[in-house]
Design a protein. Structure first.
Lengths: 149, 149
DNA sequence: CTTGACCCTGTAGTAGCTACAGGGTTTCTA
DNA sequence: TAGAAACCCTGTAGCTACTACAGGGTCAAG
């Protein structure tokens, strides 16, 4: 099948398919006489594998490694456990920081309940006040990245 | 103070500071004779404001708008509520999808508890099996993006 | 024959930084 | 004083994972 059909079958953009091929994830397929790519079911399964791993937020370079493991059934798979553990840790860390963020935003949201002009906006006041505290060098540094990963 | 001092005071990279100036968020400061930037406390507060909003995952274009509101105290601030609401909704959606992701990864992790070769890896088997199901066109499409936002 | 859909390669853009490259200025130490 | 290291400048490029052109070729249907 041609690339459009593959895309339809896997629910993936043709441009994404070409991207994966260029990235080395998806093997380059045979070409027909007019230069069009020609795919079989093996490519469809490979593409589905990639998309499934992406759904698990696994970075492309790690998906690459998993694909290599499939190619080499006798390789040691300790790294696969590690990979999933790493993903799990990342997800948990993000959950934690997002919960803190939700809490803060909710609190901030509670500061303004009705339309009025900017000078009376509780949200703005709070943001400015927070910045003022942070800009006071005797209070140390607020590390924003830590919170919002 | 010079850019390095400002960066130290706010806990921000000098390159990020230049980036913010270029992006129009941070006003361009005066320059000394040698071309070095010269900052005062107003810049420090502005920078702290930006970083605080970033910590709340507010996109830079929205931070820009908030800064404009501060400049125009008589402007209507209905949009600020909207902005925080939008952020809250985004955070909640992400929390939801990450929880589902954590659940899936935990389940997947449970499939492999000890070191063995790749052909015996429960994780790999599960990933391949999932891809096989997905690659079967009669089962419809699995939309990965929906899950992993 | 024409038109629209599909295909091709290569380039560029997204968001928010971060890291050079190449060169000028300042500060400190020997 | 000289030299080295730290700091400063502008401009460019890279990261991740796509996504969207631009410009041109191919195919199928009307």
């Amino acid at each position: 099948m041609r690339i459009g059909e593959l895309g339809q079958a896997a629910g993936v953009d043709v441009e994404t398919i070409r991207f994966y091929e260029k990235s080395g994830l998806l093997p380059a397929p045979a070409r027909s006489q007019n230069g069009y790519r020609t795919y079989g079911s093996m490519h469809l399964e490979c593409l589905a594998f990639i998309r499934h791993c992406r759904a698990l937020d696994i970075p492309l370079n790690e998906v690459q490694r998993l694909l290599e493991f499939i190619e080499q059934p006798n390789a040691d798979c300790g790294d696969i456990d590690q990979l999933i553990d790493t993903q799990l840790a990342k997800v948990r860390a993000r959950l934690k920081s997002l919960k803190a963020l939700e809490k803060q935003l909710s609190s901030l949201r509670g500061r303004c309940g009705a339309n009025h002009i900017a000078s009376e906006c509780g949200i703005l006041h709070e943001l400015v006040a927070a910045a003022h505290k942070e800009a006071c060098v005797c209070h140390g540094h607020f590390e924003p990245r830590t919170l919002a990963t």
